[in-house]
Design a protein around this ligand. Structure first.
Ligand code: NAD
Length: 256
């Protein structure tokens, strides 16, 4: 379905981003990976799916790096057809204790980076009259939790950005939507489980159960494959009129 198209997935060296990159590659899209840590493993996994793959190590908190990554993608593949804004970090602290530099980093990486990639991708998408912008928000884009002020602010912000961009592109073949996962067992969440286990002196298994039990009525993690499947659907012609949604994949979290 996506043969000949190019997908740039930010923060795709691990977790949800890598899962979505694989799902798009399975549909034939060439992939630009981004993120920290080992890039060779993820690159090889994508190449094994028979598509072309490139990697750019832009730090998503730096606008000049992002501009460089967008230029790099265009120089390798002509343009970006599918933009998945996924890179994200978390920091957990009470608002009065929240380190100012962590606040700035969470907002820069989880929200402002999507503004930069989007503003730079939309002109080419308008030219070809086709494009897909998929923002990985969160259940925390729709409801809050204590001690996550920066993350909740950034995720609510990206849901708002999604709606504005969807309206600005509404008469074109470019769509912009958000996906709002509940708990997904990735390194970002594993850290919160580990912290909980050591803070409360309970096993990792118990910490996992408690984490799900608090928020996610299905008591099961959302998987990266399920999120990849939704991203593929949003790229399909069936989704041409799906515009500006914030689509929960959260086991019922936000239905409560
Ligand atoms: P993860 O930690 O596994 O992956 C995050 C990715 O972002 C990694 O590739 C990392 O290298 C990259 N990254 C971090 N800082 C970066 C920076 N400054 N520049 C470039 N890349 C950077 O996390 P994940 O759970 O896969 O999270 C991916 C997205 O999904 C995030 O936006 C997160 O908020 C969102 N999300 C996660 C969950 C969950 O339960 N895991 C739930 C809802 C939403």
């Amino acid at each position: 379905m996506l043969k000949g198209k190019t997908a740039l997935v930010t923060g795709s060296t691990s977790g949800i981003g890598l899962g979505i990159a694989k799902a798009l590659a399975q549909q034939g899209a060439n992939i630009v990976l981004n993120g920290f840590g080992d890039a060779e493993g993820p690159k090889a996994e994508i190449a094994a799916l028979g598509v072309e793959v490139e990697y750019h190590g832009a730090d998503m908190s730096k606008p000049s790096d992002i501009e460089d990554m967008m230029k790099f993608s265009a120089s390798k593949f002509g343009r970006v057809d599918v933009l998945v804004n996924n890179a994200g970090i978390q920091h957990v602290a009470k608002v009065e204790d929240f380190p100012v530099e962590r606040w700035d980093a969470v907002i820069a990486i989880n929200l402002t980076s999507a503004f930069h990639t989007t503003r730079l991708a939309v002109p080419d998408m308008r030219k070809t009259n086709w494009g897909r912008i998929i923002n990985i928000a969160s259940a925390h884009g729709l409801v809050a939790s204590a001690q996550k002020s920066a993350y909740v602010a950034a995720k609510h912000g990206i849901v708002g950005l999604t709606k504005s961009v969807a309206l600005e592109t509404a008469t074109t073949g470019v769509t912009c939507n958000a996906i709002c996962p509940g708990w997904v067992l990735t390194p970002l969440v594993q850290k919160q489980i580990d912290d909980r286990s050591s803070r409360e002196g309970i096993s990792i298994e118990q910490a996992q159960k408690d984490l799900l039990g608090e928020k996610q009525p299905s008591l099961q993690f959302t998987t990266v494959e399920q999120l990849g499947g939704l991203a593929v659907f949003l790229c399909s012609p069936t989704a041409d009129q799906v515009r500006g949604v914030a689509w929960q994949v959260d086991g019922g979290w936000t239905a409560q």
